[in-house]
Design a protein around this ligand. Structure first.
Ligand code: HEC
Length: 127
């Protein structure tokens, strides 16, 4: 009887240890996901990198004679660029958005375009 009880106790002990570890892991995962989300939200892109990326990657398709037509920072106002990046997401050529650019690159480009939009303090025509 006593032996059985001891075994039972050990088993319960193991189970609660596993449960404890699983809870810790879950808490760790939840907080790290949360902090990454907060970081992504707070992270500001770099104007300089955005300019470089816009010129080297977006402009590939966005000269007047190219398939995307002419696009410069002045194509849109700041509010229009914001909604373009947050909601519209380049719908007419959706594949480009995810296949060509990383999320980080898009943050830089967004920053650059908003900083130099048509209603910004430093509008920029030459993409
Ligand atoms: C592989 C080519 C390609 C790349 C790269 C590209 N675009 Fe486009 N883009 C297009 C095409 C095609 C259209 C649709 C043009 C049309 O239908 O008149 C378009 C449309 C647009 C429009 C007009 C609104 C719309 O969606 O119809 C904007 C603004 C724009 N692109 C911005 C950008 C920005 C900013 C980047 C870089 C982050 C970029 N594009 C990268 C091909 C491209």
């Amino acid at each position: 009887m006593t032996v059985r009880n001891e075994k039972g106790a050990t088993k319960t002990g193991k189970a609660s240890l596993i449960l404890f570890c699983a809870t810790l892991a879950a808490i760790f995962l939840a907080t790290s996901t949360l902090s990454t989300a907060v970081l992504a939200e707070e992270k500001k892109g770099s104007d300089k990198q955005g300019k470089f990326l816009f010129r080297s990657k977006c402009k590939e398709c966005h000269w007047p004679e190219e398939e995307g037509g002419d696009v410069t920072p002045m194509t849109f106002t700041q509010a229009q660029w914001k909604s373009f990046f947050d909601r519209y997401k380049h719908k007419r050529k959706k594949d480009v958005w995810h296949d060509v650019f990383t999320k980080e690159e898009l943050v830089h480009i967004k920053t650059y375009l908003i900083n130099h939009a048509s209603d910004s303090e430093q509008p920029e025509t030459c993409g």
